[in-house]
Write a protein that binds this ligand. Structure first.
Ligand code: IVH
Length: 669
């Protein structure tokens, strides 16, 4: 007989975690920190482990529980997953509308316009309100059972509370651009091939035999179609989408109920211009007749529904000749081959360079200088060569240089790595890149250190390492081109201000491979000071779980180098924070009871991010200044709120001070 107390606590924890999953993964509006979330998850795991008889399949702990399979079972779809007819231009869209009008006679009709996300279609089946099975589209009739992998997609609800208990949701599994870039970066570091695009990465990730790896790939599921076996009839597509959103599915918010084809076209054109601003890739707009009764009357052809069409955007590709291949040197010394193209316009932008990533990629493409290639520009990423179109009549193979093209130092390619590296740590190209990284926004946030300034600083010999930045004077800076007294004074002040950045930022700033924001925060909390991190053994670094063998190895390698240790000593002498200010935690959140007002534009933090982090720590953010306000955070160009703060004598702090409050006191975020 289960203890009612335990059952109640289990239900409470599960509900709480489901709520936070929804806030974080579906709405993108977390209200607690990752650490608090992890703590709740651990509490639930512990309780379930102590009472295995009370575990359930739809518990948030069960996202990564499934076992790896030998292969994927084939499953026949309840009804075929059809594809859509395409409209490649305005005329074809108009022709589609005319067909509809002719078929429906005089009846009025509405369209629903939805973004056509570029991923992998998948059906998710629910029985008795619980997620039961997920199947890929496959050939449309038979797909593959990817249930355990789909379970790891945090935006896919594992249970649904509704009168409608048995239904099937079809939708698109996608990988965000940022997750895609991160994944490819890691793969490159591991010497693995890059995925060509987020779509392939999503497909590859959903079909992995190890669900725990799928879980780390951060997929999203956007539903666009609901089937319910006739038990509960939605009379419109719009209504079905609203039902899905209400029941915590991640329905794409960018959709529109249109009264006619002109409105549809405006939606299509509007997103064509703005598609790059979306966090995921789209390749068009899907247009559907809203009324389900009308859908049924229009019916299907053998291949696709008559009541829907896909308006496809033109691919952002063009052909051009590779005139040469040069090599760029990055912060870690990695040599990246870059194709020099005959300038060509792609979607209104002239492209004359495209990345080739590494030697293996050139080999995979079978590319030689002189070939005509297909170049693609997608999102705001650097254009890339997709394939060789025709071989040039005078072609010349590319060879990775044996010495660094910038400093003449030795180039090595370690076994198992895809990148060749310049091993000279004083290589000006590496120094420039490391300064740009050091001063960038999420790191030390030194405004005014752009490409052009850094180039001159390194070339003139004024700066040989990041430590030299702190010795720069206004007089030094005035020797640079296009540097006026005001910019020079600002830059010197910004550099000096960065000394106050908390330890996690300093660690990220060092540019140790694989050690980004999250790991830096973790190391700061775990070891308390840079000295202790430097003294830690491999075993100590790996003890707490967050750091795996690869990261540990990279940290040890970094501090083994004398010049890196020297750099740390210089930074210590300059007065950077190498100790971690421990959280002054009272259990409630260190900003509990404090009321903040944000004004002006912030640099390092986005406004929403600042607000949510203040809230995570128990603080409140309001929009107007009153006597109850504890702090006004003034960014650049603050408005009348700053005036009001002065009148009321409310303390005014700047962004840096806010960051210190957040990071000095934040509990292991
Ligand atoms: S509706 C019968 N809506 O585009 C319903 N499809 O050829 C058919 N897609 O295979 C699909 N976003 O993978 C629909 N909002 C959306 C979509 C969408 C992406 C994909 C889907 C389908 C292909 C159409």
């Amino acid at each position: 007989m289960p203890d009612p107390e335990v059952s109640r606590e289990l239900a409470r924890l599960r509900d709480e975690l489901r709520r936070h999953e929804y806030l974080y993964y579906v709405l993108d509006q977390p209200v607690i920190s990752d650490a608090e979330y992890d703590r709740l998850m651990r509490d639930l795991q512990r309780l379930e482990a102590a009472h295995p008889e009370l575990s359930t399949e739809d518990s948030p702990t069960q996202r990564v529980g499934g076992k790896a399979r030998e292969g994927f079972l084939k499953v026949t779809h309840s009804s075929p997953m059809l594809s859509l007819d395409n409209a490649l231009n305005e005329a074809e869209l108009m022709a589609f509308d005319k067909r509809i009008r002719d078929l429906l006679g005089d009846e009025p009709y509405h369209y629903v316009a939805e973004l056509k996300m570029d991923g992998l279609s998948m059906a998710a089946l629910y029985r008795e309100g619980r997620f039961m099975q997920a199947v890929t589209r496959g050939d449309g009739v038979i797909g593959e059972d990817v249930t355990e992998n789909a379970r790891t997609i945090r935006s896919l609800p594992l249970s649904v509370e509704s009168e409608l208990t048995d239904f099937e949701v079809r939708g698109e599994t996608v990988m965000n651009r940022s997750a895609f870039e991160r994944l490819n970066g890691t793969r490159e570091d591991q010497g693995l091939n890059r995925f060509a695009n987020p779509r392939n990465a999503a497909a590859g990730s959903l079909r992995l035999l190890e669900p725990s790896v799928t879980a780390s790939r951060r997929l999203d599921f956007y539903p666009y179609y609901l089937l319910s076996g006739g038990k509960f009839v939605f009379d419109s597509q719009w209504g079905a989408l609203e039902w899905l959103a209400k029941h915590h599915f991640k329905v794409n918010a960018h959709r529109s109920l249109c009264a006619n084809v002109v409105e549809v076209l405006a939606f299509c054109r509007g997103w064509e211009d703005r598609r790059e601003t979306l966090p995921y890739e789209i390749d068009g707009v899907v247009i559907k007749i809203d009324s389900v009764t009308q859908q049924q009357r229009l019916g299907f052809t053998a291949k696709s529904p008559r009541w829907a069409i896909a308006f496809k955007y033109a691919a952002r590709q063009a052909e051009s000749e590779v005139e040469d291949i040069s090599v760029q040197v990055g912060r870690t010394g990695a040599l990246t081959p870059v194709a020099h193209l005959k300038p060509v316009s792609i979607g209104g932008v002239t492209v004359s360079r495209a990345t080739l990533h590494n030697e293996d990629e050139i080999e995979r493409l079978g590319l030689r200088i002189g070939d005509i290639v297909v170049v693609e520009r997608s999102g705001d990423v650097i254009p890339k060569v997709v394939r060789v179109k025709t071989q040039g009549s005078y072609r010349r193979a590319f060879r990775m240089p044996a010495v660094c093209p910038v400093c003449g130092g030795k180039v090595v390619r370690e076994p198992g790595e895809s990148a060749s590296r310049c091993i000279n740590t004083c290589c000006p190209a590496r120094v420039k890149e490391s300064i740009l990284h050091f001063s960038s926004r999420g790191v030390m946030n030194i405004d005014g250190l752009g490409d052009a300034v850094v180039d001159q600083l390194v070339e003139s010999g004024l700066v040989r390492s990041v430590a030299d930045l702190y010795a720069l004077t206004v007089e030094n800076l005035l020797t640079l081109e296009r540097m006026g007294p005001k910019s020079a004074a600002n830059l010197v002040r910004n550099i000096a201000n960065s000394k106050k950045m908390p330890l996690p930022r300093v660690i990220s700033a060092l540019g140790i491979r694989f050690v980004g924001e999250r790991t830096s925060q973790f190391l700061s909390e775990e070891f308390g000071s840079l000295a202790r991190i430097m003294a830690a053994t491999d075993e100590e670094l790996q003890k707490a779980g967050e750091v795996g063998p690869k990261i540990a190895d990279s940290i040890l390698e970094f501090f083994k180098e004398a010049h890196n240790r020297d750099l740390v000593e210089k930074l210590r002498a300059i007065g950077l924070k190498l100790e971690y200010d421990k959280p002054k935690s009272d259990g409630k959140g260190s900003l509990a009871g404090l009321v903040f007002v944000l004004t002006g534009s912030l640099e390092a933090l986005k406004r929403e991010e600042a607000a949510s982090r203040i809230q995570n720590l128990g603080g409140t953010v309001t929009s107007s200044v009153s006597k109850k306000t504890s702090y006004v955070v003034a960014g650049s160009e603050p408005g009348s709120k700053l005036e009001r703060a002065r009148q009321l004598k409310v303390p005014v702090i700047d962004e840096l001070q806010l960051i210190q409050m957040l990071e000095g006191t934040e509990q292991n975020k």
